[in-house]
Design a protein around this ligand. Sequence first.
Ligand code: SAM
Length: 416
Amino acid sequence: SEPDSRLAVFLKSGTYRLDEASAFFIDPVRVLNRSYTRFRVSPSAYYSRFFPYSNPSICNPHVSPKNPKKRKFRGQDKKISQALNSREQLADRRHQEARMGLLKAHEALLGDSDLLGVLRNLRGDGDENHGEMTSDLDFVKLGSVWQAPFYEIVLKVGDDGSAAENAGIGSSYQREVPVFDNFIAIESSHDIEAELLDHKYILPKKSCVYMSDLRQIHKLIPAESDCGFNLIVIDPPWENSSAHQKQKYQTLPNKYFLSLPVKQLTHSSGALVALWVTNREKLRTFVENELFPKWGVKSAATFYWLKVKADGSLIGELDLFHHRPYECLLLGLVDGKGMDFEELQKPIGIPDNQVFISVPGDHSRKPPIGELLLDYIPGPKPARCIELFAREMTEGWTSWGNDPLHFQDSRYFIPS
Ligand code: SAM
């Protein structure tokens, strides 16, 4: 497609095709904004890292790359390459497989001056930290006390299905519903405001949320399998040193994920499963040999999320052994009732090794990739989509986890 029209599409949709590299650039803020009408996602709140003025020490392209930390890693790398054990060799082979595609995607980005221009300005449009710096509600803690069933969230809805303020005097009303262990559906055609314990939340139009611990997840299983889901995105709280060190959320041992009811959540016409994994070889082996077989998922493709800074450079060196500047999204298919896998997979044909590039937001926050997967989802359209271990809500999706309102806090939004 023509550069100009690509840019126009990007400014609207948040997705930019890098045709020559079978890659995409994504601006999560623009993608997310499509779930909202009265509010929009604050770019400066989303892009809290990797922009020069948010943290000069890590992002300033003029700072010499030869800082002492990197030198230490280089040294380690040399040692590793001298004596890779068999697991490290496997990891290295995987990395080599991904490497060419990642380099090509990155070159395509660096060669596109229009896109680089946009990239530099993703964060800045004068909304500089509007938000009161109140601390977030700790839903995990709140949901685990004996009073949890009594916490109610106030939904400010208009009775014509629109948001309260637009509905005129007398026609708006508030709905109070339990916030924990309760399926909440926002049917409004506008985003709505909600309140809980002096905190304000912005909830997207036509979205659903269920906030509970893993122990309650079976309550999401539909009574009829034609009410199940065609797209299941999962970002588990894998155990790893990084999440632990930063203490951002609780992690769980791998064996807990074996009991996720993926098959029972699947629609009778089958489902695409998209699983975020870390680069630890031990985890990849676990997913391939135990987790996917247990869930009834057949591997279909691997996509890569390449992370860049606002100047287009990678957030870290591509070949650093323990700190890759990319993450993997494993795609697999679950067959529906009375179908076999071949029958399901043939018409779908998911391309392998697609790369999507974005500037990371908060720690562990993944870019919204639903749209990139649309063509590969089995079953009727519009697809029924669910995200497990979600920290935000999206139009047309059900979000489940113990913290799915995290990024719905009003401090991540500005009125539009
Ligand atoms: N995909 C999310 C995003 O982009 O922001 C990040 C998900 S994070 C890797 C994993 C999530 O699982 C965290 O929000 C964490 O609180 C949640 N979690 C941890 N233990 C859980 C449990 N026992 N039940 C439900 N959710 C849990």
